[in-house]
Design a binder for this molecule. Structure first.
Ligand code: IVH
Length: 668
């Protein structure tokens, strides 16, 4: 039996790690329910043993999502969180506590609890001035530029008697449809998919490139209004008015006058929420009158006038039959659990993701185990726990699951890099799945746009006609017409589309050749910085990482790639066949080295060109973009409403602030 001290230690360590997984990596390995359970356990122990308090315990510090690339802003009103419960009895306790404390009639507003990332929108004179993330509750990141791209956040409010200063609090969400599309794209790039729409939303909000943000179709849902001169004394009425000003306030909120009505709302939405376009994880219950809210007050963490009732994630229990390992085109290995089919939220589940070796070990999985599968905000269900008691009686219990040590496809010994959770098959040149995967990637529409499907690639590979994408350019009509089910027309079409791909731009070719971590955008950045493949293949680590958005991981992957003689030969063969390995003359004509060695920080909004256009001009003319002001900054290209923190810092460091006219003059 562990001592209380040891238990507290262990819980703190676990919760710190889970906080890190969630906030920093955006890759949680346990469900919110399990997280809350651990947190509850720790809270209880800390209450029982006050002498074991620790100022750094996860119970006193809610994870912070502050990242370095945005100005930090103090919240005018702190962003508190809510007391959570999974129990209806505790909702009743809350209701009765409020009743006892107020000693007068009161009304309750029930709302959906949106499962995204919270935002504070500041409107001055009806104009959107600033959007700030929750951060640590007292200070958050200024993500105004990104939030401006969200279509249902009004830039100007419409209506009468809009207070001078207003804060609207709400949730930024990614609808299921956009989430699925983004993950599909990430999987194509062999980037880890987002675990759920919430992580995708918070990750997106922190992107440095607001064009990408705009393309992801985030949405806002407003649930609170703050300020000194609010239109009414009722939370419900204020939200209704906010809706009339153009803010996206859900029409699902309901004013209730009894506890029964509250439960009716809970039960209705527990089922109906599955038909909503966005994820919700519970119900928020609030006292309607702002005066009553003020009288009830706050504890150090939560308002006493509100509570969140959280829905249990849907779970099922089933048997683990086996674990399979899949190989991707870059050799990354993904473990997948094969399950005895089980019904979960209306679909039959046969497989679940197992993420990586650490996730498998932390579950102590055995073949034959009865496992809990859960579908929270995720599309692919995951295994959250093992029924240990069932194991003792089980006659079907097999071996402990140990991560594969050889590639299921080619038998090569797998490797795992230090600091990485994933395993890789290192046999990039001999592993059939990787070879075929690279060819499949090469021909995709966004890459070389060659019209050939995976089945035909398989066939050509099996017949020994292609062993890499360069072999496509050697195919002859007589090779193809004799193949099973191939006629002259389909053979000619393929050859034509291969021929056409020779005019695909260098940027896209760089993406097509399938260097690990080099997706579309990175390829474009690289092509502009190194306008032909010779320059790129000779670039040093320092030269590579000095390009915007190219970090250590991408640079090392490029160095690896170009140090492999097989890949160098591959590129030589493509070049020989006429594939483009340098930027077009037109593009080069628009480039110069006028900004060589200069680092710029762009801030604010502009009239003549977009922010992205300015970024591109800086890159094309040899300059560097940076997200934050530091001693290394040479110029700040300032537009309208530049962040005050940036300006202050620039003045302190003596950095030159220029406007767009002055910048364009530098280039002329
Ligand atoms: S009210 C002081 N209402 O849940 C009260 N929050 O656990 C502040 N959330 O940080 C929150 N839907 O991000 C409120 N209808 C809703 C909500 C909601 C989602 C989030 C919000 C907050 C967290 C609290």
């Amino acid at each position: 039996m562990k001592s209380a001290e040891e238990k507290i230690e262990l819980l703190r360590k676990q919760l710190h790690q889970h906080n890190y997984n969630y906030y920093v990596l955006s890759q949680p390995v346990i469900s919110d329910y399990e997280f809350d359970k651990l947190m509850h356990e720790l809270l209880e122990l800390e209450e029982q043993y006050p002498n074991l308090q620790d100022p750094n315990s996860p119970t006193v510090r809610v994870g912070s999502d502050i990242s370095n690339d945005f100005d930090q802003i103090s919240h005018h009103y702190p962003m508190l969180s809510l007391q959570n419960t999974y129990s209806e009895a505790e909702v009743a306790d809350f209701y009765n506590r409020v009743k006892k404390s107020l000693k007068e009639d009161f009304e309750i507003v029930c709302e959906l609890k949106y499962d995204g990332t919270s935002i504070s929108l500041i409107y001055e004179e009806g104009k959107l001035k600033r959007a700030v993330t929750r951060g640590d509750g007292r200070r958050g990141d200024d993500v105004t530029q990104n939030v401006r791209t969200i279509r249902n956040v009004p830039l100007l409010l419409k209506g009468e008697n809009i207070p001078e200063y207003l804060e609207l609090r709400g949730e930024i969400l990614l609808p299921w449809s956009s989430f699925d599309a983004i993950n599909k794209e990430r999987e194509e790039q062999e980037e880890a998919p987002f675990a759920n729409p919430r992580n995708a939303a918070s990750g997106t909000l922190k992107l440095l490139n607001s064009r990408v943000v705009a393309s992801r179709r985030l949405e806002s849902y407003i649930y609170n209004m703050l300020g000194e001169e609010l239109p009414t004394n009722s939370h419900y009425d204020n939200l209704t008015i906010a809706r009339s000003w153009g803010l996206n306030v859900s029409d699902t909120l309901k004013r209730c006058t009894s506890l029964d009505e509250v439960f009716e709302f809970i039960n209705y939405w527990n089922l109906e929420r599955k038909n909503l376009p966005v994820t919700t994880d519970g119900i928020v219950i609030k006292v309607d009158s702002l005066i009553q809210q003020r009288n009830l007050g706050n504890t150090s963490k939560f308002p006493r006038w509100s509570i969140a009732y959280k829905f249990n994630a849907e779970q099922a229990i089933t048997r683990l039959e086996s674990v399979a390992y899949q190989v991707g085109r870059t050799g990354a290995i993904t473990p997948v659990a094969n399950l005895e089919p089980v019904l979960l939220s209306g679909t039959t589940v046969r497989r679940a993701s197992l993420y990586n070796e650490d996730a498998i070990n932390s579950l102590d999985l055995h073949i034959g185990d009865m496992v809990y599968v859960e579908k929270g905000g995720e599309i692919i269900p995951k295994i959250t726990a093992v029924d240990i008691d069932a194991r003792e009686q089980s006659l079907m219990l097999g071996d402990k699951v140990r991560f594969a040590n050889i590639c299921p496809d080619c038998g090569a010994k797998l490797i795992r890099n230090e600091d990485e959770a994933a395993h890789y098959c290192p046999n990039s040149e001999g592993c059939p799945t990787q070879i075929k995967g690279r060819i499949e990637h090469f021909v995709t529409r966004k890459a070389m746009n060659i019209t050939i499907g995976p089945e035909s690639i398989n066939l050509l590979f099996d017949k020994g006609l292609i062993n890499d994408a360069a072999d496509l350019y050697q195919l002859k009509l007589e090779d193809l017409v004799n193949l099973d089910r191939w006629g002259e027309t389909s053979a000619k079409n393929l050859l034509q589309s291969i021929e056409k791909s020779k005019s695909v731009s260098y940027e896209r070719v760089l993406h097509a050749i399938g260097i690990r971590y080099v997706g579309e955008t990175v390829a474009q950045k690289l092509a502009h910085a190194f306008p032909n493949i010779e320059l790129l293949s000779k670039a040093t680590f320092e030269q590579l990482t000095s390009v915007e958005e190219i970090g250590d991981r991408i640079a090392n992957s490029l160095l690896d790639y170009f140090s492999n003689t097989k890949f160098k030969e591959f590129i030589d063969r493509l070049k020989m066949h006429g594939v483009q390995f340098e930027l077009s003359d037109d593009l080069i004509a628009s480039m110069s080295d006028k900004l060589e060695g200069m680092t710029f920080v762009i801030s604010g909004t502009f009239n003549l060109h977009s922010r992205d256009e300015y970024k591109e001009m800086i890159l094309k003319n040899g300059g560097k973009n940076s997200g934050s002001v530091s001693k290394k900054t040479d110029f700040i290209l300032a537009g309208n409403n530049m962040g005050p923190t940036k300006l202050e810092k620039a003045n302190k460091l003596g950095i030159k602030v220029i406007d767009e006219i002055a910048f364009l003059e530098m280039l002329s």
